[in-house]
Design a protein around this ligand. Structure first.
Ligand code: IPE
Ligand code: IPE
Ligand code: MG
Length: 246
């Protein structure tokens, strides 16, 4: 018999334990206003602030935001620079507030290609908030699901793991999301309906909610409606409908 996979996902009876958002549509939001794409990204940061606050107010405990993918390196240099600056500014300006609200911040993703000052800042925010317990905020930056799996495999090998005896639960602690629950709900804004290399392992059994709203316009009512859509789904994890289980 093969080993039984264990998903930490919740039944759809309340708040998802872990919500992950693909924050998409900043460029289109800006273009609609005849503004540069970067203007859309800076509006997007305002949405991040609001959504983090709203999510914690309504009882979400773990939120992961996709802010720069390993594929985003193909964008023009000036846009990449702007995205890096926005992450830096966000962390610098909000660190004290987040820490004061007992938020633990993690930056998921590869460290390669990041500048020394950004690496230092990431270290500072993660160290400062590491004992916080009210809310987990994860920012996926320079993140790709395939890249994460390769890095996790390298870490597991370096730790001397016996691959033949390894279970899924043994492997999960080597991921960037070590210790966090599986993703219950993935929300993607802007009308695109794809995963774009996001949390491939952690979202194995997530429910997906797609909305046409562009990220800078995403608000509390959109978050609540995604959660109620999640609660209307029947999650079976490979099993039968509860009504069909003898
Ligand atoms: C999402 O907005 C932010 C990032 C991917 C960094 P986009 O920049 O992808 O906006 P669109 O998809 O071009 O509208
Ligand atoms: C996904 O958005 C990545 C982030 C939101 C950071 P993209 O806009 O880069 O995704 P694709 O290229 O449309 O798949
Ligand atoms: Mg996009």
């Amino acid at each position: 018999m093969s080993r039984k996979p264990t998903y930490s996902g919740l039944p759809t009876t309340g708040m998802p334990a872990h919500i992950a958002i693909i924050m998409d549509g900043n460029g289109r939001w800006a273009r609609a206003r005849h503004r540069p794409r970067v203007f859309g990204h800076s509006q997007g940061v305002k949405t991040v602030r609001r959504v983090v606050e709203d999510a914690s107010e309504i009882g979400v405990k773990c939120l992961t935001l996709y802010s720069f993918s390993t594929e985003n390196w193909t964008r023009p240099k000036a846009e990449i620079r702007a995205l890096f600056n926005l992450l830096r500014e966000y962390v610098e300006s909000d660190l004290d507030t987040l820490h004061g609200r007992n938020v633990r911040v993690r930056i998921l993703g590869s460290r390669s290609g990041l500048t020394p000052d950004l690496l230092q800042l990431i270290h500072r925010v993660e160290e400062t908030t590491k004992d916080n317990t009210a809310f987990d905020l994860n920012i996926a930056f320079n993140y790709g699901g395939r890249d994460e799996l390769l890095r996790a495999a390298a870490r597991a090998t370096a730790a001397g793991c016996d691959w033949a005896a390894m279970s899924e639960d043994d492997f999960a602690p080597f991921l960037d999301t070590a210790g966090l629950p599986d993703v219950d709900l993935v929300i993607r804004t802007s009308g695109e309906k794809r995963i774009s290399n996001f949390l491939l392992w952690q979202a194995a059994y997530a429910e997906f909610v797609f909305t046409d709203v562009l990220w800078p316009d995403f608000d509390l009512s959109d978050l609540k409606s995604a959660i109620s859509e999640f609660n209307s789904r029947s999650r079976r994890f490979g099993n039968l409908e509860p009504s069909e289980v003898a």
